[in-house]
Structures are given as structure tokens and as C-alpha cells.
Unconditional design. Structure first.
Lengths: 319, 349
């Protein structure tokens, strides 16, 4: 259905000048079609209950993260004037207890969601951008370029992703940027493969040949015809990659490879372990950050699966 | 994670690529040769990457070795010669490659022992843990995935898929820590049932030793199975769902076969094909899981060693383990590629 849309949009762009003044311009037409297809997508998406549930959870998490400066404020991170005594169990004053510096765990949890979400989103954006770029170009330019690119992709695909990310995070300096980079450059190959397959399918359609015959260059074809058609697929990939990126961020932080100066959920778990909460049985210290990581990762996965099921009903992921 | 959910959409990453027009039985040796050559190239690429990746590190490796203690210039020179750091980069590289070919991965800064020795010491422990977990989670995932797909849309399927997705989103190290707290340290009503870590209590011999190791094995294996079975379940389920509409199933039912036989003899064998490949392809995730689970449970395997090496950082050891992990995944993928045509006559022959 998206291919059809692009086809008519392309022909409108060409025929637009010859139409009468009463007819809507090609841009207005394209916009209306786009709105209609978004509405259709939303109608389909709403039928997947798990996906809607995931989306609702995500909206909630994002709101919590965005309003954190108002609700808890940045001084929740401060070690020097912590409000409570170290390692207090949950109480009325501190609903989730306190950490080894006496900081409120609830505040840290809310504050940490910012880093976890930010790193997840940025890493996924980086990963999907690399994947889409390589996928589209490798599908568009055949020949040696595609061969080399797909060889590289295959090689990255068999590498144990997290091990490579760990090694990158060890070799580079300790910062959030490093974590984003390490996750981003190790997770793109799946996207590249999927996008390339879709690009090949799109480029075999007759309207691409017509666009070429009318003088459309490489850039025109890739940006105007291929990109709109692979976008939905890229969207689904993004949601799925965000959830693994959030897990990867937590893992790297837990292994002590994160930025020690920022509070993140993985970092909180590492703090908890170092404070000896395992041997003293302080489950309440470990519980909240892990639940947060799992809940956000699950919400993104549910969303991604629903988007995928809408785009490709034959997939059978959530039938 | 994305690999599982989206895999059926794209071409199968490893096995499917090889699917060509059938050229008779003689094509199989050529197919094998091609796959083996590909594996060798990949292994070499890993070797090159691991060499240059670790030369990117800022700072002097000798500083890591001495751990900030004041050292005289002569001592530094001795260290440099000992670890071959005084040679130009290209000489270091050729020596590294030559040594790697003869099975020498360098000397650990931390243990002052050959990296290969440390790895061969830890390897059996990791194989025990990973092998047990691999068999269990594959069997559990395939069993539940089959049942889920056969009764898809029902309550059982929804609960099954929901639980699998939830456990799939849980960080393995966190689950491991919680299990330690609840079942080893003990929360009030529950006494500590399992050891908190390690592989043996020491002192036992013979059968008692086996029981002791099995006792230590329970929690790490449970953790790994819990976070990993979901991917097998989802892949099996969607592979079987793709087969469910097939005409041959209608035929089988029309013959009067029992529902159970239709599933076991007709649908499942066909659905197993993509599952087998994906289970192997996703082994990379298991490697990551092993690192974390071994770290959390102080299991004396490769993963725990990797964590120890990271915290120093003991570069030759990290480098050697990186090579071993990558090589393991490449070998497993190649194995899957080689086995795939035997399962599916449409591939590679």
C-alpha cells in the first residue's frame, strides 16, 4: 500500500502542472494521502491490544522522565546533603528506601530514567541511521559496493554484539557518548539487511524505471522513492532496537563501563551490588531499577511487535 | 532482541543466503567448501580487529601493568621488551598473527601466565554451564512455542507469549542477583537453598563432587534459561504459524490423522528449519548472557574471566577472550550453515 502511495505521488508531481486550477495541488494531495495512511495505520495499530498497552506505558515513562526536573530536581543526585541515613528500608518518607549515601531511591529512579531513555533513544537512532544508510545504498548501487557492504554487514551480524560493545566501551573513554557509540555501531546489521531487502523489492517496481527514464538521479530515487517505502520498516526496527539498547546500556553500566558521574538504572544496580545489598538480602534496593529497565524494554518491544504486525500481517508475530 | 522479532521478515541471515537453485547432489561439497572458506575469512577478520581495536586504547599499556606504582625507566624497558611493545606496529602485528596461528595468544598482564592456559582452564566450566542451559532453553522454548502456535490466540498462548516477552526484557544479571537474594541468602520465610556462587564447595570427591557441582549449577542455569528461552519460543511459534495455513496440513487431517500426529509428523518438522538456524544465529546473545551470569554467580568460566580482565584492564586476556567468543559464534554459525541443507533438501544442494 505504501508503494502504491509513492507511485501516485510521483505521477502527481509530474502531472501537477497540467491540472486545472480547481484541483488541489500535488503537495496538498500528497499531504492528504499521507494523513489518510497515518489514520489507517493507527486504526490497525489500535487492534493490537499489547501494542496499545506498550505505547501507553511509553508515554507514561517519557512524561516521568521529562518532568523529572520539576518533580525530583537535579539535587537528588547530590551525595553531600543527602536527606536520609544510608541504606534505609522503604518507609513513608522514602517509599523505596535510600542508597548507601542516604539519597532517596525513588528520586534516583525517576532521575535515572532520563539517562536510560536518552541513551536508548540516541543509540537506536544511530544504529538505525547507519543501518538504513547502508541498506538503501547497498540495495540501490549494485556491484562491488553492495558486495563489500554486505560482507561487512554479515561479519558484524555474526559478532557477539554485546562483547564487541563491551570491548569498545573499554577501549574508549568513559562517557555517555561512548556508550551510545558502542551500542550504535554494533547493532545496525539487522536493520541494514532488512532495509536492503526492501530496497531491492521497491527498486524492481516499474515506477522506478519510469522515474529513471524521466531523468531522476540516484539521489532523487533513493530519497523520494525508496526512503518513503522503507520508512515504516525502519520505524518498527527502531522501536525494537531501543529496547535492546536500553538493556545494553544497563549491562554496560552494571559492568562498570558507564559514566560514573551520571545516575542511570544500570549504574544504580551496580551501586546496589557494590553496597553489598546482595549478601545482606536488601532486595528492595535491587528491585526498582531492574523493574524499570524490564518495563521500558518490554513496552518498546510490545510497540515494535505491534507496528511490525500492522506493516506485515503475514509475519505472524502477534496473531 | 530485534533479531528474533524481525527475522522472519528478511532473508534468513545465515542459512537462507545460501539457498540457490538445486544443482544436484554434487553441489554439497562445494557449498561446504564455500562456507568453510567464509568462516576462515571471518576468523582472520576477528584476529585483525582484535589486534587494532586494542591498540586504539589511549595511554601506555605498561602503566596498566604497573598499576600506577612508581617504576624505574629500566623496569619499563624490561616490561616493554617482555610484552613485545618496543617493536614497530607492523612487526607487532605480524608477530601477533604468527603466534596466534601456533595457538599463542600472548601473556596475561594480570596473571603473568599465557592467555591460552587461562582460557583452557576456564573453558570446560563455561561449556558445562552453557551446554546445560542451551539444551534446556532450546527444548523448553521449542516445546512451549509449538504448543503456543498450535493453540494460538487462546489464553494459554497469550500467557505463554506474554511471560516469554517479559522475561526476555529482564536484564539477566538483575534476575541472577534477585535469585541469589531469594534462594541463596534467603528472605525471611525461605531459607537459603542454594550456594551464592562458585562451582564447588571443595573437599568432595567422586559422586558427592558431581552432586555438589550440580547444586552450584542450578541457579546460574535457571537464570540463563529464563532470559534465553523466550527467543526460541517466539521463533518456533512464528515459524509454526507460517506453516499452519499449509495445504498439506489440510490433506493430513483429511486423511483422518489425529491432531497430535498432524502436529508432530507434518507441521513441526517443517517449522523446525528456520528455528534451527535462528537458534544458532542468536547464540551471540547467549555469549553475552554467559558473561553476566558467570560474573554474578562467580562461576569460574570464560565470562567471569572476561569480567576480571576488564576491571584491570588486562588487555592480552581481554583480546584473547574476545577472539574466543567471536570464534565460538562464527563456528556455531558455520555449523548451522553446514547442517541446514541436511535438514532442508531445498537449501544448498
Amino acid at each position: 500500500m505504501t508503494a502504491e502511495k509513492a507511485e501516485t505521488t510521483a505521477s502527481d508531481a509530474i502531472a501537477g502542472t497540467t491540472e486545472g486550477p480547481a484541483a488541489p495541488g500535488p503537495r496538498a494531495l500528497a499531504r492528504r494521502r499521507r494523513r489518510a495512511s497515518v489514520a489507517r495505520f493507527w486504526r490497525e495499530f489500535r487492534r493490537h491490544r499489547a501494542g496499545v498497552f506498550g505505547l501507553a506505558a511509553l508515554v507514561l515513562f517519557v512524561l516521568v522522565a521529562l518532568t523529572a526536573p520539576l518533580t525530583v530536581g537535579s539535587d537528588v543526585e547530590s551525595v553531600t546533603d543527602a536527606p536520609g541515613r544510608p541504606l534505609e528500608s522503604p518507609s513513608g518518607q522514602f517509599p523505596l528506601g535510600t542508597d548507601q549515601f542516604g539519597r532517596s531511591l525513588l528520586g534516583l529512579l525517576v532521575w535515572g530514567s532520563r539517562v536510560s531513555l536518552l541513551v536508548g533513544l540516541l543509540a537506536a537512532a544511530l544504529s538505525v541511521t547507519i543501518g538504513a544508510l547502508i541498506g538503501i545504498t547497498a540495495g540501490h548501487f549494485r556491484g562491488w559496493y553492495a558486495t563489500v557492504m554486505m560482507r561487512i554487514t554479515d561479519w558484524f551480524l555474526v559478532m557477539p554484539t554485546l562483547v564487541l560493545a563491551i570491548v569498545l566501551a573499554t577501549v574508549l573513554s568513559r562517557s555517555l557518548g561512548t556508550i551510545v557509540l558502542a551500542i550504535g555501531v554494533t547493532t545496525w546489521p539487522t536493520t541494514a539487511r532488512l532495509v536492503r531487502a526492501q530496497t531491492l523489492a521497491v527498486e524492481s517496481r516499474p515506477y522506478i524505471e519510469r522515474a529513471k527514464a524521466l531523468g531522476g538521479g540516484h539521489w532523487h530515487i533513493m530519497s523520494r522513492h525508496v526512503l518513503p517505502n522503507v520508512m515504516p520498516l525502519v520505524l518498527a526496527q527502531t522501536t525494537l532496537i531501543i529496547s535492546s539498547a536500553i538493556l545494553a546500556e544497563a549491562t554496560l553500566a552494571f559492568l562498570g563501563l558507564g559514566d560514573p558521574t551520571v545516575v542511570s538504572w544500570g549504574g544504580l544496580l551496580q551501586d546496589a551490588r557494590e553496597a553489598g545489598s546482595v549478601s545482606s538480602g536488601d532486595w528492595w534496593y535491587l528491585m526498582p531499577p531492574g523493574v524499570g529497565i524490564a518495563a521500558v524494554a518490554l513496552a518498546f518491544t510490545l510497540c515494535g511487535r505491534a507496528v511490525e504486525a500492522v506493516l506485515n500481517p503475514r509475519l505472524g508475530v502477534s496473531r | 532482541m530485534s533479531e528474533v522479532a524481525s527475522a522472519p521478515a528478511g532473508p534468513a541471515p545465515a542459512g537462507g543466503r545460501a539457498a540457490g537453485p538445486s544443482r544436484g547432489r554434487r553441489a554439497y561439497p562445494r557449498y561446504v567448501a564455500g562456507k568453510l572458506a567464509g568462516a576462515v575469512v571471518s576468523l582472520f577478520a576477528v584476529l585483525v580487529t582484535s589486534f587494532f581495536l586494542f591498540r586504539m586504547i589511549p595511554g601506555d599499556p605498561v602503566k596498566f601493568m604497573t598499576g600506577g606504582r612508581p617504576v624505574s625507566a629500566e623496569q619499563i624497558a624490561v616490561y616493554r621488551r617482555e610484552f613485545g611493545l618496543d617493536l614497530p606496529l607492523w612487526r607487532q602485528f605480524t608477530e601477533y598473527c604468527g603466534k596466534a596461528l601456533t595457538g599463542d595468544l600472548g601473556t596475561s598482564y594480570q596473571f603473568r601466565a599465557p592467555v591460552v592456559d587461562r582460557i583452557t582452564e576456564a573453558l570446560p566450566n563455561t561449556l558445562l554451564l552453557t551446554g546445560t542451559a542451551f539444551v534446556l532453553y532450546t527444548a523448553l522454548g521449542a516445546f512451549l512455542g509449538t504448543r503456543s502456535a498450535w493453540r494460538h490466540g487462546r489464553l494459554g498462548d497469550r500467557l505463554n507469549t506474554g511471560l516469554a516477552l517479559t522475561l526476555y526484557s529482564v536484564p539477566s544479571f538483575w534476575l541472577g542477583l534477585l535469585l541469589i537474594i531469594v534462594l541463596s541468602v534467603g528472605v525471611d520465610p525461605i531459607p537459603g537453598l542454594f550456594p551464592t556462587g562458585g562451582m564447588e564447595s571443595g573437599g568432595e570427591e567422586g559422586f558427592a563432587y558431581v552432586v555438589d557441582v550440580a547444586h552450584h549449577l542450578v541457579l546460574p542455569v535457571v537464570t540463563l534459561v529464563a532470559v534465553e528461552y523466550g527467543q526460541t519460543l517466539l521463533v518456533t511459534r512464528s515459524a509454526l504459524l507460517d506453516e499452519m495455513g499449509g495445504d498439506y496440513l489440510t490433506t493430513a487431517r483429511a486423511k483422518g490423522l489425529r491432531d497430535d500426529l498432524v502436529r508432530r509428523r507434518h507441521a513441526v518438522p517443517n517449522a523446525l528449519l528456520p528455528t534451527v538456524t535462528l537458534v544458532f544465529v542468536n547464540l551471540g546473545r547467549t555469549v553475552a548472557g554467559v558473561i553476566l551470569v558467570e560474573t554474578v554467580f562467580s562461576w569460574p568460566g570464560l565470562g567471569g574471566l572476561f569480567y576480571q580482565a576488564l576491571s584491570v584492564p588486562d588487555l592480552p586476556l581481554v583480546q584473547g577472550l574476545f577472539f574466543v567468543f567471536a570464534a565460538a559464534v562464527i563456528l556455531m554459525n558455520t555449523l548451522a550453515d553446514l547442517l541446514y541443507p541436511l535438514f532442508d533438501p531445498r537449501v544448498g544442494r
